[in-house]
Design a protein around this ligand. Structure first.
Ligand code: ADP
Ligand code: MG
Length: 319
């Protein structure tokens, strides 16, 4: 049972990037407006996410690293069909504690003292402490108990590059929050954009912000590049569904390009950041461990709304 537990944990969390994503998702689910991410040693030595969100009440904090314990979903099949939070499986903190050492300090703003949880493998200890409101989760020595996983990890520089790109995608889709990334004790990035345009400036440089137009349909919001300033860049189409950055299905990328109609030369892909809102029962984020692939119940309908929203944004800003 011990070995199978480690293997299962290694599937939830297969690299430091997964830890960063899960901890950031938890902070966003907790309503945080300030998120600080720290990594050391490419994330294998330390991943830490500090947030100013709701915190975990003292009476339930011992459950945080317990497998399948989640505060976000009633344990019914119906609830799984209506997921509106980024987390819902109750496995991330558990997996982090199996694959490495978990340290969590948390305090809801209205609670007097804070709680501290340490969990590594089977051992869980909870103590009272003092701390600012919010939650800090630290995962140390990831895969120290999983040497086979450790051997197949990417070099630290590669992992840091991917973590930086992941945070960039969160910044693009969650403007209005304050983000900070520290790598090996050096401040790497600070993002505090007011809106999508500011987020594009923050992630891609100030000149890029002049390149974009707002898309303001009710359920498709964000920015697309001005056609006259659009060059071929395949990697700059970003979509989120209900706040979760996703790997976009080709149908959505195609819909954006179609929204430009004849304004775009063939083979050129625009920059876009589009946040899609769909009814919880019309999407299923439960098809992939990393939850970056979501199944949309009516993809053609979503694509049609994207196409129309882009076309409308372009029509509102004639050349
Ligand atoms: P899930 O997110 O799927 O519920 P996790 O293992 O990621 O599972 O987290 C377990 C539980 O711990 C969450 O349901 C939540 O109640 C609590 N939690 C974790 N991280 C935070 C955080 N940053 N702020 C507040 N609560 C948190
Ligand atoms: Mg979670």
């Amino acid at each position: 049972p011990h070995v199978s537990r480690l293997i299962a944990a290694g599937e939830v969390v297969s690299r430091p990037l997964d830890v960063v994503r899960e901890l950031v998702d938890n902070a966003l689910d907790a309503g945080a407006t300030r998120l600080e991410v720290e990594v050391e040693g490419g994330g294998l030595a330390v991943v830490r996410v500090r947030d100013n969100g709701a915190g975990i009440p003292a009476d339930s904090v011992a459950l945080a690293p317990v497998r399948h314990a989640t505060s976000k979903l009633e344990p019914t099949a119906a609830a799984v069909e209506h997921v509106s939070t980024l987390g819902f499986r109750g496995e991330a903190l558990w997996a982090a504690a199996q694959a490495g050492e978990l340290h969590l300090v948390t305090r809801p703003a209205a609670q007097v003292g804070a709680s501290e949880v340490r969990a590594a493998g089977e051992d869980v200890t909870v103590r009272r402490t003092s701390a600012p409101a919010g939650t800090t989760v630290t995962v140390r020595n990831l895969f120290a108990r999983l040497p086979a996983r450790l051997r197949t990890q990417a070099p630290a520089a590669v992992e840091v590059r991917e973590i930086t790109a992941l945070l960039g995608r969160y910044v693009l889709h969650h403007p209005g929050l304050h983000w900070r990334l520290t790598v090996d004790s050096e401040a790497r990035l600070t993002h505090a954009p007011a809106d999508h345009r500011g987020a594009v400036a923050s992630v891609y440089g100030p000149l890029s912000a002049n390149r974009v137009l707002r898309v303001e349909a009710e359920d498709v919001r964000g920015v697309v590049s001005r056609p006259e300033l659009t060059r071929a860049r395949r990697d700059r189409m970003h979509f989120s569904v209900n706040g979760r950055p996703i790997l976009a299905p080709p149908e959505l990328e195609k819909a954006v390009i179609e929204g430009f109609a004849e304004l775009l030369p063939a083979g050129v892909a625009p920059l876009c950041v589009l946040d899609l809102t769909v009814a919880p029962e019309d999407h299923n984020p439960n098809v992939h461990p990393a939850k970056q692939v979501v199944a949309l119940a009516d993809l053609p309908d979503v694509a049609a709304r994207v196409r129309a929203a882009v076309a409308e944004a372009l029509a509102a800003h004639p050349l």
